[in-house]
Design a protein around this ligand. Structure first.
Ligand code: SF4
Length: 401
């Protein structure tokens, strides 16, 4: 967090282009009174208001910056810098523009967490560009430092069992006694088991559960056996998830190229079942990935997962279906893994770190920031079933066998 500095005009994938930028109400009001005529005029033409459906089914009006040519923010100058910041001050930017790629939570008005999102190339470089495990620190932060920044899930209340659960999942993922695939399986099993640890003696139940999983972390397993016996189902799921994503006509071209390339590489045709030949190709490429890619990039993938847990996985009083965040994490990791296997197969060589980081950064932008796509993916997996049970079954099967 302390090392992050936006690279501005040098950024290869600026956040001022290619997606909607939501403007908070306070900023809209401020902009309407802007003294600088040129900026005020541009603002009045650039900000659009529309209705957005909320999680509870109600609809709310939101304001966004309309994107211009090439899906660029109208305030993004040709030199790659922001006109609003150039003409006024940073504090005049909207909460979204001032905060991204930081993701900030403030719980119970006393405890905050700050994370970085790897959809930003510079944040991705910092988090995925190191061979060291991610580390976290706690310090006193003057409340003023959060002023004017976007607080995610503002006003929600953290459940007492949330922080111990998250810390233990990070502990499992960072345990060097197991291969990463096994750690993720154990983290998944622990997550779903811990959802039953609420109510009477919740602390004791969680402690007992942690002790049981701590013991499992010490049990040695044979890596290749981990994934073998379920590839046909897994490949069919990955095909459906990629095809669902490819249906979006506004999908960014770089991600579309990756997704179409993966399906084509395994000889898969949209809407057709996985053939024996496609499965054989996928399994061969997956073995090469396990033999040559993982030894080189296991730490990078561990940091990706740990960052995703730290940034997204919260259990609040207001969100009983918090398990959807775990499902989203597992889905995104499965798509990243699928595209990395395809990238390795296409290059016939282990890619360099920059290419791996770029793939993860672009996938996070194309998948992780699209709540509608993630909801549609979940809906396609839970038709006519209990949502929690269906998503648990999906997670366990896509990670295991
Ligand atoms: S994506 Fe990151 S580095 Fe690039 S312009 Fe945005 S904040 Fe800066």
């Amino acid at each position: 967090m302390d090392d992050f500095i936006c690279t501005g005009s040098l950024c290869p994938d600026t956040c001022c282009q290619g997606w909607e930028i939501v403007i908070d109400e306070a900023t809209c009001e401020r902009y309407a009174k802007m003294p600088d005529g040129e900026v005020r005029d541009l603002l009045s033409r650039a900000i659009v208001h529309r209705q957005e459906e909320q999680a509870d089914g109600s609809s709310a009006e939101i304001a966004c910056i309309r994107m211009g040519k090439g899906q660029r923010c109208l305030f993004l100058r040709n030199d790659g810098w922001c006109l609003i910041q150039r003409k006024t001050t940073e504090t005049n930017l909207s909460e979204t523009c001032r905060t991204y790629p930081r993701v900030i939570y403030c719980w119970n008005e006393s405890y905050a967490e700050r994370a970085l999102c790897v959809s930003c190339p510079e944040a991705a470089r910092l988090i995925l560009g190191t061979d060291e495990p991610l580390r976290f620190h706690t310090k006193q932060l003057p409340e003023a430092e959060l002023a004017g920044l976007r607080i995610t899930d503002e006003g929600e209340h953290l459940r007492a069992d949330c922080l111990p659960l998250r810390r233990f999942i990070v502990h499992i993922l960072q345990s060097d006694t197991q291969p990463l695939a096994r750690r993720l399986q154990l983290a998944d099993e622990f997550f779903w088991a811990a959802t039953d640890c609420s109510g009477h003696h919740a602390d004791k139940k969680q402690q007992d559960l942690q002790a049981a999983f701590e013991a499992q972390l010490a049990v040695e397993v044979d890596p290749p056996a981990l994934l073998k016996n379920n590839d046909a189902w897994r490949l069919a799921q990955l095909q459906q998830l990629l095809e669902l994503r490819l249906k979006n006509p506004e999908l960014r071209p770089d991600f579309r190229w990756r997704a179409e390339g993966a399906l084509k590489g395994w000889g898969m045709t949209v809407g057709e079942a996985v053939s024996a030949d496609s499965l054989a190709r996928y399994e061969e490429d997956q073995s090469v990935y396990q033999l040559f890619f993982l030894p080189e990039y296991q730490q990078l993938l561990e940091n990706y997962l740990v960052n995703a847990v730290f940034k997204n996985l919260f259990m609040t009083e207001e969100q009983p279906d918090y398990y959807r965040e775990w499902f989203r994490l597992v889905l995104q990791f499965s798509l990243v893994r699928c595209l990395l296997i395809a990238q390795l197969a296409a290059r016939q060589d282990v890619p360099d770190r920059e290419s791996v980081i770029e793939l993860i950064q672009q996938t996070t932008r194309a998948i992780g920031h699209d709540a509608l796509y993630l909801d549609q993916a979940a809906a396609s997996l839970t038709v006519g079933q209990d949502a929690a049970q269906a998503l648990q079954a999906f997670c366990q099967r896509i990670l295991k066998g």
